[in-house]
Structures are given as structure tokens and as C-alpha cells.
Design a protein around this ligand. Structure first.
Ligand SMILES: [Zn+2]
Length: 180
């Protein structure tokens, strides 16, 4: 390989990016001084350098733009993934096939039985769900208990009034109650 071929390869090959404009100028000047190339060839080389520089700058610009887009896309994907990972918050309560929901205020769970969702039905069965007539038709009231009848079992209930004149309200209406 001749010196000219080697130099041409260096300045037009992959290594061109590492070659500074001044060095290239020196290279072509040296080539010219040593009459290894004609001035026409030197000019052609110079033009070729300029073209390559132009193309490199354009490519660098495009790569930067692509990198920017890639970052934006990755960011959007990460956001979308964290959104999907979050549990879906339903604006309306879950309902059974016939649309019934649990009667416990604020629950909205799928209806199971006696007006309750499964967890509240279990609590009601165990007698640990306040605010509803128990399975045996009684209502706890502090140290006392009121019997209102098993026909009211599972109904929302409230005990109000002064200590010596308590009123038992089933579904908001006073019902006969006896202490047990
Ligand atoms: Zn419930």
C-alpha cells in the first residue's frame, strides 16, 4: 500500500472523526508538497472532508433527536406501567348479577345474603357487626340487650333516647323492644 493510499484510507475511513481539520489540512499540504498528489486531487480531498463533516454533523443531530425520543418513550412507558400496576379504583361499587350491593354504609360489596356482602355477612353471623339486628333478633345496647324479634334479623338498627326511655329504631322506625 502506498503512502497516498494509506493516508486516503485514514482520512476517509472510520478514523476520520478522530482527525482534526488542522491535521487533515497538514496531511493534504504535505501530500501536495511532496508532489504525491496534484492540487486538483488535494481540492477533491478537501471537498470530500467537508462533505463527510457535514454528513457526520447531520447524523449526530439525528442521533441526538432519536436519543431524545427514546428517552421520552421510555419515560412514557414507565409511567404507563406504574398506572397499570395500580389497583383499579372503581367509581361504582361492585354489584352482583342483579345489581344488589351490601347494605353496610360505604361498603358497596357484592351482595351475598341477608343484605350483606360475604365479609359483612360473616361478621353479622358471628354477632360482631354493630348497627344491625343480630341473628337471634336482639340488639346490644351497652350492658343491656333488646329483643326486637327475629323477623328484624339483619336489619339496620339504632338505639336512642334517654337511659330510662330507650327507643329502638329498625330501618329508622321505632319497634317494640323488651330488655333481655
Ligand atoms: Zn359489606
Amino acid at each position: 500500500m502506498t503512502l497516498r493510499e494509506r493516508l486516503t484510507q485514514v482520512v476517509s475511513g472510520p478514523a476520520r472523526n478522530l482527525v482534526e481539520e488542522r491535521i487533515r489540512t497538514v496531511v493534504v499540504d504535505v501530500l501536495h508538497d511532496q508532489d504525491l498528489v496534484s492540487s486538483g486531487e488535494v481540492e477533491a480531498l478537501r471537498r470530500r472532508f467537508q462533505e463527510l463533516e457535514q454528513r457526520t454533523a447531520t447524523l449526530e443531530q439525528r442521533i441526538a433527536t432519536l436519543e431524545h425520543h427514546a428517552e421520552e418513550t421510555a419515560h412514557a412507558l414507565a409511567e404507563a406501567r406504574s398506572r397499570d400496576a395500580r389497583p383499579a379504583v372503581s367509581s361504582t361499587p361492585a354489584k352482583s348479577a342483579d345489581g344488589a350491593v351490601c347494605q353496610v354504609p360505604g361498603c358497596g360489596g357484592v351482595y351475598r345474603s341477608k343484605g350483606f356482602c360475604s365479609p359483612h355477612y360473616q361478621r353479622w353471623r358471628r354477632g360482631t357487626l354493630p348497627g344491625f339486628v343480630r341473628t337471634d333478633g336482639t340488639v346490644p345496647d351497652g350492658a343491656r340487650r333488646w329483643k326486637v324479634g327475629v323477623e328484624h334479623a339483619g336489619s339496620p338498627v339504632e338505639v336512642t333516647g334517654p337511659e330510662d326511655a330507650r327507643v329502638v329504631l329498625v330501618r329508622g322506625k321505632p319497634v317494640p323492644a323488651r330488655a333481655v
